[in-house]
Design a protein. Structure first.
Length: 234
């Protein structure tokens, strides 16, 4: 285990033990009845999840929870993703123009390919006030990449408008489910039972900048650009 993973684990533990405080430090999307057709749009960069990892998540986490409490909004296989670097958070009307999106495209095209691909190790669930997430741990490449993108966004006058619990420790936060009402005690017990689940590892070799709604639904998702990280030959 590397030092950065330890920092990520400590941050996750702090967040879980102090969720009320953490809530105030992060951008939390409000609960809704209809996520699929929500028309608030963001500009963000994501990595999509491999089929192998997606299948395990569906079988081991999503399907058991869906059977227990089907009223919530569960992500389909083509919607699972991890945000690498947000630019403009969800809003209607969008807080960016087509020109802004192209500026970001040009910036990310320049920065991302200079970084090496890295792995996410998917392990452990976090119950947020309005959603459930699977956590992805990784090495410091993510920190270096996010900070380089942040610096670049400041230079072009498009600073990320999301709030974060830390500006140095980042982790993969894969939303699996968004709540339509407060989850039952039965649901919460099942999440506790699955809390330390290990899913597997996935290599991140491509990052897409997209515009999309809160669940990254394919009908709302538009890919502005796709960028390859270079292979890790070590």
């Amino acid at each position: 285990m590397n030092d950065y993973t330890t920092q990520q684990q400590q941050l996750i533990l702090h967040m879980k033990n102090n969720m009320r405080q953490a809530q105030a430090q992060m951008s939390i999307f409000e609960m809704k009845n209809d996520y699929e057709n929500d028309d608030a749009i963001s500009l963000t960069s994501v990595t999509l999840i491999s089929e192998a990892i997606t299948n395990i998540i569906l079988e081991k986490i999503i399907k058991p929870l869906q059977l227990l409490e089907p009223c919530h909004y569960y992500y389909a296989s083509d919607m699972l993703h991890i945000t690498i670097k947000n630019v403009r958070k969800m809003h209607k009307p969008p807080r960016f123009s087509e020109d802004d999106a192209q500026k970001v495209n040009n910036l990310f095209k320049e920065i991302i390919p200079s970084f090496t691909s890295f792995k996410f190790k998917f392990e452990g669930l976090v119950l947020f006030p309005t959603s459930l997430s699977l956590i992805g741990y990784c090495n410091e490449t993510l920190r270096e990449l996010v900070q380089a993108l942040d610096d670049g966004l400041k230079e072009i006058g498009l600073i990320d408008d999301k709030k974060y619990i830390s500006d140095t420790v980042f982790f993969g936060n894969m939303t699996l489910c968004r709540f339509t009402q407060a989850p039952s005690l039965l649901f919460q017990d099942k999440v506790r039972e699955l809390e330390d689940i290990y899913i597997g590892e996935m290599n991140v070799s491509e990052i897409n900048i997209v515009t999309c709604n809160v669940v990254c639904h394919p009908k709302s998702r538009k890919i502005i650009g796709a960028y390859k990280l270079h292979s890790n030959t070590t």
